[in-house]
Ligand binder design. Structure first.
Ligand code: 7RM
Length: 631
């Protein structure tokens, strides 16, 4: 379905509310199904259970690849831009991509992977990553992609949670000027992963690696010895497609499960409508495939729609802060989808990095992952879009699978820092602390969704109760997003940020409890509390308040060792920006840490701490304020 005008939007929205099943069935029938569904939707948000396109059979890779390889075999599917701008980009057509996916699918089969098995993918942003993901989907294996910035410990926790049997990785990775030892990290992880039987290693950096006989195999030699054809496994619409781990308010990340049919329908529908993709447009999503944005809008959404998708191995600041603009220029990118943190960071380097870059191919700009502040919005609009590219500020979550609130490019009137309006098919509600619906405009509340959409999270792997209690119990009968939200006088939505203990650091979701657990595992640490504070580039920074067994001097080894511990346990992305050693934490008489006070202190709002009289030891606050000022 294609919405082209604001009238279309309002009409589609109305239809989607009045008769959601008919609305989604019409979109779903645009895809290739091996067997039609018998019922569009079964659902309950009370005893959480959602099933879309019941008994429908399909394979998502037939829709991503075969359809297009038949119609336009030589059309580019993936453009790969290497880390080093001196290296050659790679252009992979639909025909070739299908071929490579089928070969690797046969490799997985040869190593015993079958439908329903879990496969862990830990790779840099190279074409083999997309190939590995799609090869799993081809044979019905459930992929669990782990972002390359996670530590060995994080990898093994995730592998063990979902009992992966096979891992796909590379010898090494390069990001900017850094070399990253991928296989070595996997080896460290596997010491604690008895479920893993095989490891497939793609050669990329030629970093020396250890290869264990009978367990470890080279990608390049494996693909030589298999057939080029691989039939697409018949999957039920509700069979799991992938697991993606994401942080919540507890110490343990959850494995968000998405299923084949609904995820396919929703990612393609949102891709085409939000970005107003036209055949032949070059689409560049800068997110890593290790995050949901990379899954939905680098791999699946664009390929389902037969688009040209750009994958960039490196970072926006290498070799200099003009790299993204070089890529736009070089590949004539029409649609750029990136995160506010990247915009803010590049903004800081100044306009000289835009000199001589031809950005005239750009038609649409997108933003995702965190609220975009007005300054960054205007910079993006004026200097990248040259005032002629609509900006789509897309709000969504790992759990929603695809974009939920966003302007439709060139159709919805935009407003800086507003995600604007829900897509047709998305039913929002704002609720107050008591769970009562907040009606009308010019209001603030907690953002809920009251009706299922096709790519809603189905479960958290291995623990359905956790899924129910995390998302469907705060406000019974509604999906609770964890975000605060304003609806302005025009009925436009503006996300104000998380209302739980989840941080958003450079667009990466990090649970404060996870960071605290990591810090607390460091020797000599008694207790810690982690909060976020506004950070000019990262959006949020991480401020850790730590109680140690022994008194510490200002630049003690302790702080550096804590950073190393967090890096080891979670990954460098979770390293606190500030560590403040304190002698106590503000606690209530029942022993609960008053995070509200710590947040205020971290934000620098020292004079507005609210009522501290109920604290066990009010004096501790003065000491923490003093320490924070000195930091
Ligand atoms: C896509 C993604 C989800 C959280 C979400 C929000 C925040 C995402 C926006 C945003 C304001 C946006 N998935 N968030 N997009 N906040 N405006 N356009 O990021 O699972 O990793 O994070 O990110 O808090 O709940 S995620």
């Amino acid at each position: 379905m294609r919405i082209r005008t604001i009238e279309d939007y309002h009409e589609a929205y109305k239809d989607s509310i009045e008769d959601p099943k008919t609305f989604w069935a019409a979109i779903a029938q645009e895809f290739r199904w091996k067997k039609p569904w018998t019922k569009v939707l079964d659902w309950s948000f009370d005893d959480y259970n959602v099933k879309w396109f019941r008994n429908g059979k399909l394979n998502i890779t037939e829709n991503c690849l075969d359809r297009h390889a038949e119609n336009k075999p030589n059309h580019p599917a993936l453009i790969w831009e290497p880390n080093d701008p001196e290296d050659e980009p790679e252009i992979i057509t639909y025909k070739v991509l299908l071929d490579r996916v089928c070969r690797f699918a046969n490799v997985l089969k040869k190593h015993g992977v079958t439908k329903g098995d879990r496969v862990c993918i830990y790779m840099p942003m190279i074409p083999e990553l997309a190939v590995a993901v799609l090869a799993c989907a081809r044979i019905g294996a459930i992929h669990s992609v782990i972002f390359g910035g996670f530590s060995a410990q994080s990898i093994s926790d995730r592998i063990n949670d979902s009992q992966c049997e096979l891992v796909v990785t590379t010898d090494g990775a390069v990001r900017g000027a850094k070399n990253i030892p991928m296989k070595e990290t996997v080896d460290d992880a596997l010491v604690a992963c008895p479920s893993v039987k095989k490891v497939i290693v793609a050669t990329h950096t030629r970093t020396p690696v250890s290869m264990i006989k009978g367990r470890d195999y080279w990608w390049e030699s494996e693909v030589k010895h298999v057939e080029a054809e691989c039939p697409a496994e018949e999957m039920d619409s509700e069979d799991p497609l992938f697991i993606l781990y994401t942080s919540g308010s507890t110490g343990k990340p959850k494995g968000v499960v998405h299923t084949c049919g609904g995820y396919m329908v929703f990612t393609s529908y949102t891709f085409e409508n939000v970005f107003q993709y036209h055949p032949g447009d070059v689409f560049f999503c800068t997110a890593d495939v290790g995050w949901i944005t990379g899954h939905s809008y680098l791999v699946y959404g664009p390929l389902l729609s037969g688009a040209i998708t750009v994958m960039f191995e490196g970072i926006p600041t290498y070799p200099d802060a003009g790299r993204l603009w070089d890529i736009v220029d070089r590949h004539k990118v029409n649609i750029l989808y990136t995160a506010p943190t990247a915009i803010r960071s590049l903004m800081g380097f100044g306009l000289e990095y835009l000199e001589g870059k031809d950005l005239s191919s750009l038609k649409v700009l997108g933003s995702v992952g965190e609220p975009i502040n007005e300054e960054a919005w205007h910079w993006y609009n004026d200097h990248i879009g040259k005032g002629k590219c609509p900006i789509v500020d897309t709000w969504w979550q790992t759990e929603t699978g695809g974009i939920m609130i966003s302007p439709l490019a060139g159709i919805t009137k935009t407003k800086p820092s507003y995600a604007t309006l829900p897509l047709p098919g998305v039913q929002l509600e704002l609720v107050d602390e008591n769970g009562s619906t907040i009606e009308g405009n010019g209001v603030n509340g907690n953002l809920c969704i009251t009706y299922p959409w096709p790519s809603i999270i189905r479960t958290t792997w291995g623990d359905h109760e956790r899924c129910k209690s995390t998302y469907f119990s705060t406000y019974p009968g509604k999906y609770f997003t964890g975000d605060g939200c304003m609806r302005d006088e025009d009925g436009y939505y503006r996300i104000t940020g998380r209302v739980d203990d989840v941080l958003n650091v450079s667009g990466h979701r990090i649970g404060t409890a996870e960071v605290e657990n990591a810090i607390n595992s460091h020797t000599g640490v008694v207790e810690s509390a982690v909060v976020g504070y506004p950070h000019d580039v990262k959006g949020q920074g991480v401020h850790a308040f730590v109680i140690c067994e022994e008194p510490q001097d200002e630049d003690s080894m302790m702080k550096r060792d804590i950073l190393m511990t967090v890096s080891r346990i979670i990954g460098p992305i979770a390293k606190p920006d500030k560590i403040q050693i304190v002698s106590g934490l503000p606690k209530t008489r029942s022993g609960k840490i008053m995070r509200r006070i710590l947040r205020k202190i971290a934000e620098g709002e020292y004079n507005n701490l609210g009522d501290t009289s109920t604290l066990l030891d009010p004096g501790v606050v003065d000491e923490i304020v003093k320490g924070a000022k000195e930091l």
